[in-house]
Design a protein around this ligand. Structure first.
Ligand SMILES: NC(=O)c1ccc[n+]([C@@H]2O[C@H](COP(=O)([O-])OP(=O)(O)OC[C@H]3O[C@@H](n4cnc5c(N)ncnc54)[C@H](OP(=O)(O)O)[C@@H]3O)[C@@H](O)[C@H]2O)c1
Length: 365
């Protein structure tokens, strides 16, 4: 008999709603091939939840609008208990700091978590380590592949290398889809920097306030997640983050005022471009030098011929140098952002846990 996996989905924006579409579209195949029934009995946004014991169907948006109601987290836990739903996987497709506060309580209930939200993995080391203790003590699973490079298997690859005793020497990569697009385009095309930013905004690659992207903090968070994944006890404050906003524009508070000074930004980047040789391109990278213990994010000139130099569009790429990949790095490259690849990465994380639960059931029987 098939094992039913109950997905409780928080966040039904770009990524969450795409995940629902993918689960509903692939359920029959997954059931046939893997003996797993994926159900989504609860969906919620920041204010409203919708419950359906046997799982939502294609008309979920209408159902959510008509039958959704204001909720508290305890309502969710009570409903799961009342309906005796087992094999619970909480999916966090929010970017909410507030929601992360519930993670420990979920693990203590025996629920597993799959998250696209980077916050839990970038809070203080004390929190990070205590979360791992809670996970272990409750025999639960925590998957977060989409925290770095969306659907690309970066965290899994690093974990496998690290778990097999492989010494990682260095990790460097372009981790941000928006900054990848901005510098891939700026390096190749005769456009002003502000024109490239505008194009990135129009394509939906950037945060509403472009300074979030230009601050380099998102790349720093991803680098921290990778560093911690290979066992380095690092804090966000240990990372030397190079901001892409020239110092003359750093103090500006309001976005409108910043936008009025874009000509200064253009001047700054045009000056940099004059100094660039024809066989190099700009890339904003995160770099973790394990041997020296340094973590930095920075704008570099990269040879056009390297893996990172050859990036196109909004792709991400990571190079892993290690004991076995000393001269030529192991390279993972591909679409590093977008709701379809991110939702697929979440679904892969869900299935990894589901398969373990299924094996456990077979062993118990
Ligand atoms: N898009 C990508 O390419 C990509 C790639 C990798 C990772 N991610 C990550 O995926 C996550 C979701 O991204 P997105 O683009 O789908 O965002 P989004 O479109 O803004 O959707 C966010 C969803 O989260 C809900 N939410 C916010 N706070 C909540 C709370 N406390 N409890 C329950 N739900 C809450 C929002 O509900 P309201 O409408 O009520 O606020 C909304 O439904 C983010 O962490 C993002 O960093 C995205």
């Amino acid at each position: 008999m098939n094992t039913t996996i109950n997905i409780i989905l928080f966040g039904i924006g770009n990524v969450g709603s795409t995940l629902i579409k993918q689960v509903l579209a692939t359920n029959a195949t997954i059931s046939l091939k893997q003996g797993l029934n994926l159900e989504i009995p609860i969906i919620a946004n920041s204010t409203t939840a919708f419950f359906k014991t046997n799982g939502i169907k294609n008309n979920w948006q209408t159902d959510f609008e008509i039958f959704g109601f204001p909720y508290k987290i305890n309502d969710i836990i009570r409903y799961i208990q009342k309906e005796e739903l087992g094999n619970i996987i909480i999916v966090d497709a929010t970017a909410s700091r507030k929601f992360v506060k519930h993670y420990k309580a979920f693990f203590q209930q025996g629920y597993h978590i799959v998250t696209a939200n980077k916050i839990a993995n970038t809070l203080s080391l004390d929190y990070y380590n205590s979360l791992r203790t809670t996970i272990l003590n409750n025999w639960t699973h925590f998957n977060y592949e989409t925290n770095v490079g969306a659907g690309l298997p970066i965290i899994e690859t690093l974990r496998r290398l690290s778990d097999s005793g492989e010494q990682i020497h260095k990790i460097r990569g372009v981790f941000s889809g928006s900054l990848s697009y901005i510098f891939n385009t700026f390096s190749e095309k005769q456009l002003l920097f502000s024109e490239v930013l505008q194009s990135a905004q129009q394509k939906g690659f950037t945060e509403p306030d472009i300074r979030e992207d230009l601050s380099g903090k998102d790349v720093a968070r991803k680098l921290l997640i990778l560093a911690r994944e290979i066992g380095l006890q690092k804090e966000l404050s240990d990372i030397a983050v190079e901001s892409l906003i020239p110092s003359s524009l750093e103090e500006i508070h309001y976005l409108n005022d910043f936008n009025l000074k874009l000509n200064e930004l253009d001047r700054y980047y045009s000056d940099l471009k004059v100094k660039k040789s024809a066989n190099h391109v700009f890339r904003y990278i995160g770099e973790l030098d394990v041997l020296n213990g340094t973590l930095q994010t920075k704008l570099v000139l990269e040879p056009k011929t390297s893996a990172i130099g050859q990036l196109r569009g909004a792709d991400a790429a990571i190079e892993i140098f290690s004991e076995s990949y000393k001269e030529q790095p192991l390279v993972i490259q591909g679409a590093g952002a977008g709701s379809a690849v991110t939702a697929r990465g979440i679904l892969t994380d869900i299935l990894k846990i589901a398969k373990q639960l299924n094996t456990f059931k077979l062993v118990e029987a």
